[in-house]
Design a protein around this ligand. Structure first.
Ligand code: ATP
Ligand code: MG
Length: 504
């Protein structure tokens, strides 16, 4: 029998991947391309939308070309993406009107602050599940309309449209200015602050607060659509018509890829940042402990499934920062051997509050600190502290998650680029005092989008079938004493407090 595949474009913060999976959910071919991080000012982060589109196309062409795969062998393609990152383009010319403003960007602090004056940062939580923060797309859209005359002019003339990366890629793939599908899925829409979690539609009041005209926004669709959103163009990277049939934000996609379909199941992804989500079923749980309420997915016309989420802005990107900005290591993977030269962190803690602190503390006024420095500290202690910061931040989220969801998490499913780091995974297990478990397919984000597209076109019968694909690769179990765990976490908390109130 001829092999057939399900394709997945995983457009991340640092790179774009195209991966083909087989019908058992195993990765067969992939190609990955990094894109530029543009830092116009401290705290500002942008991406070039055309570079992202070009890279996505190139990744597709390479996978097909290098492995002699014909587009007819692909059942469907799904899209997963860095979330919240906001684009604005001209629907007539198909050209961007501004660089994309990336989720980590803090330029909109003033907008968030102004809106919080009346009712505090949680004033919209009940409706949209999110606190007022620079993180989400709404503030970024308003900033673009108020600060770019090109965007404002095009908006006045009815040419400008907004989207997150999923919207941009689907539109480009399915025809762009020549009839491209203009959609976003519920999981991405739930990160804008503009969608009502209950009705799953753009909310007039929220559009008013962020001054976004409804005509500029895509239609909100299901993550697993009853019918494909559209078909790739013959003159595009696929060179034929392939159904585009699934969209999930990257963290929701990782939940899908980890088969977290049951209420109470959870995972933590260690990539650029760290993102832990717990499935709360069809119930919308409002967090009392600094977590976000978000849409996990929607399949066809079924009720949407929701999640609680703890978002950490800086995790793997701290490893990159130590590599690129400080030059302590040459490759990301060198961090482990350097860290292993020391027995422990030597009392050094790094709080990477580069964009303020996200969940559960939400402190936009915080900035990064290195604490506990003495003449004894060396590069190995710093390397340890880099890795440990991801685990400490995860513990904070973990505790909020148990309180909010009222569940006891007895083991943690993990994925993402940092989970190849044995030292970190062991430390994480030690710090949480539960087993940490990594699945066989490490590209869970891409897999999740492939699952969505495959479900839509009938490659798989349903989520029960997908659950059977999940297999354990490796497990770490706790070895640390209770006293040591307590003491380290206590020190961490002191370090975090030192990062507060840095920005006046
Ligand atoms: N051996 C390692 N030890 C620790 N961290 C590592 C190691 N190898 C890679 N990383 C980190 O993992 C991150 C990449 O992980 P991954 O590819 O999952 O990221 P990602 O979040 O999917 O990226 P994107 O944000 O582009 O989607 C990088 O930040 C990198 O510094
Ligand atoms: Mg990713």
């Amino acid at each position: 029998m001829q092999q057939r595949y399900i394709g997945s474009i995983d457009q991340g913060t640092t790179s774009t991947r195209f991966i083909l999976f087989n019908e058992k959910g195993r990765e067969v071919y992939s190609y990955q391309i990094e894109h530029k991080q543009i830092y116009p000012k401290p705290g500002w982060v942008e991406h070039d939308p055309m570079e992202i589109w070009t890279n996505a196309g190139e990744a597709v062409r390479r996978v097909l070309g290098d492995n002699n795969v014909k587009p007819e062998e692909i059942f469907a393609v799904g899209i997963t993406n860095q979330r919240e990152t906001t684009l604005v383009w001209d629907r007539i010319t198909g050209l961007p009107l501004h660089n994309a403003i990336v989720w980590q960007d803090t330029r909109t602090a003033g907008i968030a602050e102004e809106l919080a004056k009346d009712g505090g940062v949680d004033r919209f939580r009940a409706k949209v599940g999110l606190p007022l923060a620079t993180y989400f797309s709404g503030t970024k859209m308003r900033w673009l309309l108020e600060n770019s005359s090109e965007v404002a002019d095009a908006a006045r003339e009815g040419r400008a449209v907004f989207g997150t990366i999923d919207t941009w890629l689907v539109w480009k793939l399915t025809g762009a200015e020549d009839g491209g599908a203009f959609v976003t899925d519920v999981s991405n829409a739930s990160r804008t602050m503009l969608m009502d979690l209950k009705t799953l539609s753009w909310d007039e009041e929220m559009l008013g607060h962020f001054k976004v005209p409804a005509e500029m926004l895509p239609s909100i669709v299901s993550s697993v659509p009853a019918e494909p959103y559209g078909y790739t163009r013959k003159d595009g990277p696929f060179g034929a018509e392939v159904p585009v049939a699934g969209i999930l934000g990257d963290q929701q996609a990782a939940m899908f890829g980890q088969a977290c379909f049951e209420q109470g199941t959870s995972k933590n992804t260690y990539g650029t940042g760290c993102f832990m989500l717990a499935n709360t079923g069809t119930e919308i749980v409002e967090s009392a402990h600094g977590l976000l309420t978000t849409v996990l997915y929607r399949i066809g016309d079924d009720d949407a499934v929701y999640a609680l989420e703890g978002s950490i802005a800086v995790a793997g990107s701290l490893v990159q920062w130590i590599r690129d900005n400080i030059g302590l290591i040459e490759k990301s993977s060198d961090i482990e051997s350097l860290a292993l030269k020391a027995e422990d962190n030597g009392g050094v803690y790094i709080v990477p509050a580069f964009s303020g602190l996200f969940a559960p503390r939400w402190r936009p006024d915080a900035r990064g600190v290195i604490t506990g420095l003495t003449g004894y500290a060396n590069s190995s202690h710093i390397a340890r502290a880099v890795l440990e910061s991801a685990a400490f931040q995860t513990r904070e989220i973990f505790e909020s998650m148990e309180k909010d969801a009222g569940i006891e998490i007895t083991s943690l499913k993990v994925d993402g680029g940092m989970t190849v780091n044995n030292l970190l995974m062991q430390f994480q297990s030690d710090l949480l005092d539960i087993p940490v478990v990594r699945p066989l397919v490490s590209e869970t984000t891409a897999l999740g989008a492939a699952y969505a597209a495959g479900l839509s076109v009938g490659v798989w019968s349903g989520i029960e079938e997908l659950k059977k694909h999940w297999m354990e690769d490796r497990r770490w179990t706790p070895l640390m004493s209770a006293e040591e765990r307590y003491e380290k976490y206590r020190q961490w908390n002191k370090a975090v407090e030192r990062s507060y109130s840095w920005v006046d």
